[in-house]
Write a protein that binds this ligand. Structure first.
Ligand SMILES: [Zn+2]
Length: 214
């Protein structure tokens, strides 16, 4: 790829957007008002706005390898706080994808270097669901199942954050969704793991904000 070509493509794209909607960029320059936060994989085949056929300005995005919600990740937490408390999005989506290299690496019996420390979260999940995964004979299907289990676990991790719990306590309607994208056919699937309140969490995870006494 000629890196200079990207600028030519960018100019052509901006011109097409202006031709379609002359006020598009001036509107966006004024403010962004995305309706949804997307936490997805860094994989180049899963760009949030493109696969949902939406324009820039529609989705607030955080991406990392294997779409993990790690409670010590200040980068992810900052994105979630801004999306919920400032942009006031009402939908948080964790989107994994079949064919995820991160999940595949976490299933392999070898090291990959520094990234093993990040993928450890999936390896622990693999251990937690060892019986279910072992019962799946086809390694491809086993990997697909771990992709789904990973998404469900990250939705719960998101629900456990004080950011999400405090939003619910304030009466801010917030729905957390778990989706999987299939890079083989371009289709999104809802894993029906939507969480809309603290009821889905165990007692241990229900934490009152510090302003509440009792
Ligand atoms: Zn991936």
């Amino acid at each position: 790829m000629d890196i200079r070509e990207l600028f030519a493509r960018n100019r052509a794209w901006a011109a097409r957007m202006r031709a379609r909607d002359p006020d598009f960029f001036s509107r966006l320059a004024h403010q962004q008002a995305p309706r949804l936060l997307w936490i997805g994989c860094a994989d180049s085949r899963v760009p949030a706005t493109q696969i949902t056929d939406l324009d820039p300005g529609s989705i607030f995005v955080h991406r990392n390898i294997a779409n993990l919600v790690v409670h010590t990740d200040i980068n992810m937490l900052s994105v979630v706080q801004y999306a919920v408390e400032v942009l006031r999005v009402e939908h948080l989506v964790v989107c994994g994808h079949y064919g995820c290299g991160g999940v595949r690496a976490a299933m392999a019996e070898r090291q990959y270097g520094l990234i093993d420390n990040w993928l450890r979260h999936i390896r622990e999940l693999r251990e937690r669901h060892a019986a279910e995964l072992a019962a799946i004979g086809d390694p491809k299907l086993r990997e697909r199942r771990l992709v789904e289990l990973n998404v469900c676990a990250q939705v719960l991790n998101l629900a456990r954050t004080t950011i999400v719990q405090n939003a619910w306590a304030r009466g801010h309607p917030l729905a957390l969704h778990g989706w999987v994208y299939d890079v083989a056919d371009g289709l999104l699937h809802d894993l029906a793991t939507t969480v809309t309140g603290p009821e889905a969490l165990g007692e241990v995870w229900r934490m009152r904000p510090p302003t509440e006494r009792g």
